[in-house]
Design a protein around this ligand. Structure first.
Ligand code: ADP
Ligand code: MG
Length: 371
């Protein structure tokens, strides 16, 4: 018996999942799928990498009416990359049913979006800004939406989308089902939920065992002056398949990328200052292993799920434990083992202590021999 079927997922969809190597549900999927099927509102808090996307996609797809050509479900996500990622997963799941999926995000050709929106689209996955554009131009009709998903809600608010999100909510029918997914549950999210959700079920998946257990975490003590050399030594020792290198600012990411390019590494940068076309190009090159190292800032890399990322390098230490967990969660994804290196200069000690106390363990120190 397929476990997904026990949760109410059809034989057809379970088989599709199986063909992608997805056989048994993760804890969040086990809890969330029946609730989403029931039509109730849901607030789900679980770390990145726990399988939240399928937790809402599967029951949404199952409950859609392929013979109706209206937008029946709307998923709102903070970044284009996340919207595209969800769209890719959704498209995989609807290959055998006639449900049309459209990603709506900024930087993409508006005319093309308009044209597609005029046709039959049943599932829309959007970033808040571009979606509001369409709402204002009256080029999208959300009056038949029965399920609204706010994915990575904390990140959306963190990026300043609260008013946009509210405006989007107002465009959907008040008897809709609302699902809110978030890695953390700060006060403003609770307030949003109280305002717009009806007796939501609350799911909280404790801690990040999935991630932490499958990731080897190492601290390298260094100084700001020798950091770049130390990074290159670790890269040489480790020989990653694909790796993400995190920097604190866009500027630092650009500078490091330049330095590594000069040393002939296969590297490119991903941060908020790039055009949409450039970001997509970089992500594609990374997925296709044309570049081996992606130098990124937190926001740009949030939620990214790329197969084959064996290493995460915290070139600049994250300033809170949430961010640390999100970053290292880019490796050690479903069934793979990952390694996360965190570079710590003397002035970073305080942040390291906060991280260690946040995850409840002391991290292994590794000495890097200079050559
Ligand atoms: P989250 O949204 O919680 O960060 P995702 O939904 O992006 O997590 O899932 C992370 C990875 O785990 C994806 O590569 C996804 O295909 C995979 N995955 C999801 N559910 C399962 C499952 N039940 N079994 C194995 N892998 C899964
Ligand atoms: Mg997600």
């Amino acid at each position: 018996m397929n476990d997904f079927k026990k949760l109410g997922v059809s034989h057809q969809l379970s088989s599709r999942l199986k063909s992608y190597g997805i056989i048994s549900p993760t804890p969040i999927q086990e809890k969330a799928i029946p609730i989403v099927f029931s039509g109730k509102d849901l607030i789900a808090q679980a770390q990145t990498g726990t399988g939240k996307t399928l937790a809402f996609l599967l029951p949404i797809i199952e409950r859609m009416n392929p013979t109706k050509s209206t937008v029946q479900a709307l998923i709102v996500a903070p970044t284009r990359e996340l919207a595209l990622q969800i769209t890719t997963e959704a498209k995989k799941m609807v290959e055998h049913v006639s449900i049309d999926v459209l990603a709506v995000y900024g930087g993409q050709d508006v005319e093309r979006q308009l044209h597609k929106l005029k046709g039959s689209i049943q599932l829309v996955i959007a970033t808040p800004g571009r979606l509001l554009d369409h709402i204002r131009r009256k080029t999208i009709d959300l009056s038949d939406v029965s399920t609204l998903v706010l994915d990575e809600a904390d990140q959306m608010l963190h990026m300043g989308f609260l008013q946009d999100v509210k405006a989007v909510i107002h465009e959907t029918p008040s008897d809709r089902q609302t699902l809110l997914f978030s890695a953390t549950m700060p006060e403003d999210i609770r307030k949003l939920a109280n305002e717009y959700m009806k007796h939501p079920e609350d799911i909280y998946i404790k801690q990040q065992h999935v991630i932490i257990d499958s990731i080897k975490q190492i601290v390298v003590e260094t100084t700001d002056r020798t950091k770049q050399d130390t990074l290159r030594m670790v890269m040489k020792n480790e020989q990653p398949f694909l790796a993400i290198i995190f920097c604190r600012t866009k500027r630092r990411a650009s500078k490091l990328t330049e330095a590594l390019l000069a040393k002939r590494y296969l590297v490119d940068e991903l941060h908020g200052d790039l055009t949409q076309a450039k970001r997509e190009k970089v992500m594609k090159a990374f997925r296709e292993c044309q570049i081996q190292y992606l130098v990124a800032t937190d926001v740009a890399a949030r939620g990214l799920d790329v197969e084959g990322v064996t290493h995460v390098f915290n070139y600049d230490i994250p300033h809170d434990v949430e961010s640390y967990i999100h970053r290292i969660g880019r490796t050690g994804r479903a069934k793979e083992v990952g390694v996360a290196f965190t570079f710590v200069a003397p002035k970073d000690r305080r942040h390291l202590e906060a991280i260690e106390s946040g995850i409840g363990m002391k991290l292994e120190r590794q000495k890097i021999e200079r050559y």
